[in-house]
Design a protein around this ligand. Structure first.
Ligand code: NI
Length: 177
């Protein structure tokens, strides 16, 4: 297990379309475990592989915050098949967009397909907080941030903060770790 550095808004990897995973090999399993450890340590409830600079279709979600006695789980090649119900608003944040929290409207129910870490294909409905986290993380796989989905006026208000995050991220990339 290892903690992975999380890249921030402004890093071009976070705007890329993540590649489908064709084979769930030991590298993918190791990455999923490391991402879970990184997410839990960072007090996140979801994390997408592009956030740790791996542009592949893998997300992890901490289900223990939603269902009692559930462990964090990895979703391979997750896709939203359909949505249902009204769009509801709730505050979101992101480990790649530090110190910003904004209200985002999203459908309350989604049907998703994914593969488990053991390669089993699953289709399931999710709702409430789980549906929200899944939509937020699946957005990361196609280069979309929650701040892309907020009202124009709010986006204007945080534009300076976003520019500063991007500036710091650029400086970080130039400094060898
Ligand atoms: Ni995020």
């Amino acid at each position: 297990m290892a903690l992975l550095p999380i890249i921030h808004y402004g890093n071009p990897i976070l705007r890329m379309q993540a590649a489908e995973i064709e084979q769930i090999d030991d590298d993918v399993k190791q990455l999923a475990n490391d991402m879970i450890e990184t997410m839990v340590t960072s007090d996140g409830i979801g994390l997408a592989a592009p956030q740790v600079a791996e542009s592949i279709a893998l997300i992890v979600v901490d289900l223990s915050l939603i269902f009692e006695n559930q462990m964090p789980m990895a979703f391979i090649n997750p896709k939203i098949l359909e949505t249902d119900g009204a769009e509801v608003s709730a505050e979101e944040g992101c480990l790649s967009v530090p110190d910003i929290r904004e209200e985002v409207f999203r459908p309350d129910k989604v049907r998703i397909s994914y593969k488990t870490i053991d390669g089993e294909s699953v289709e399931a409905w999710a709702e409430g907080l789980l549906a929200r986290v899944l939509q937020h993380e699946i957005d990361h796989l196609r280069g979309v941030f929650f701040v892309d989905r907020i009202k124009t006026l709010r986006k204007k208000l945080i534009s300076k903060q976003l520019k500063n995050i991007a500036k710091e991220e650029k400086a970080r990339q130039k400094t060898p770790a």
